[in-house]
Design a protein around this ligand. Sequence first.
Ligand SMILES: Cc1ncc(COP(=O)(O)O)c(C=O)c1O
Length: 380
Amino acid sequence: MPSPRPTIVNINLKALRQNLHAVRRRSGATGEIFAVVKANAYGHGAVEVARLLQEEGVGHFGVATPEEGAELRQAGIAGSITVLGGILPEQFDAVMEQDLTPALYNTEWAEALSQEASRGGRTIPVQIKVDTGMGRLGFNAGEAPEKIAAIAALPGLKILGVFSHFAFADLDNPECVRTQLATFSRIKEAVQAEGISIPFWHLSNSGAIMALPSALFNMVRPGIMLYGIPPSETFPRKDPLTPVLSWETRIIHLKEVPAGTPLSYGHTYVTSRKSRIATLPVGYADGYSRRFSNRAEVLLHGRRAPVIGRVTMDMTLADVTGIDEAALGDRVTLLGQNDGDEITAWDLARWGDSIAYEILCGIRRRVPRIYHHPEPDRSL
Ligand SMILES: Cc1ncc(COP(=O)(O)O)c(C=O)c1O
């Protein structure tokens, strides 16, 4: 096997399994888990993540595009794979070929899919999305019961679930959350009152799984919680989550420069003292944001070193003055733990004017993912 780049992402699959158990403790015995593995499982590697979750009994997965769904099918993921992102009729074939479950949110395309399924003598599983306040995709709440009934009557389609999505990932607006939950519950009651039976109703993202038991219904859709990260920096930490992903690099060049030395593009940083500067082989083409320029920190030997000057496409500088042990080839942590200190995804988000979600799925595919497999553990 060729040796990896000095810049790698470590994926701790044992942590993933522990986080799944934290989801299960919340969702209870009857709550099915629909694991959100879109965007390459938030940068963690969709195939490996879905494989471990499947081994652990998860039978439902969510992706954003048919291509993401096809990648999972080709890797042998057998459960339902819902395409959450919305598709055009031109993509129906791709969905049918891979036995994916499209999310439907308009009648015209539902009818078109029904016709295509019937022509091929097939029954296609679908999920129906309703908009309870996110304003993105979904039937309007007022018309949803009637539209769901109409789709339920179409040949060639089988409704697997009805779902909606919270507009506040961390539930930070209790009134909006209450309204969305009440609206979704009303739709469910109206549909059930018509005698239409739908296997799964689901609304809960990670935030709701951890903090809103009344929204669990009989399926939950965790994303960020599986990856061991809370949905906001200030989210109350009651669940034992362990970050799955860490990101590290190595020092590939080390030099001493005098005071007054300008560094990197645009010379936005000039040393104020004699300094030791480490060059790190990671840049914005790896997903290490240019916004981290002169703001982020890295860890080495359990100490913090500031990122100085502009982050460039493939390289970044850190000021390691005073960290006397720093040497060529040393490991440097960009995200994760290092000798008792830690840089979290939310720290990087703060330095990058972003959110942990974007930091994680922004780590490019050119950064090799190294998977650390858990020992079989029958006690969990
Ligand atoms: C429709 C839908 N459900 C669930 C999730 C998972 O959300 P979270 O990562 O906050 O758990 C997402 C994430 O964006 C989503 O778009």
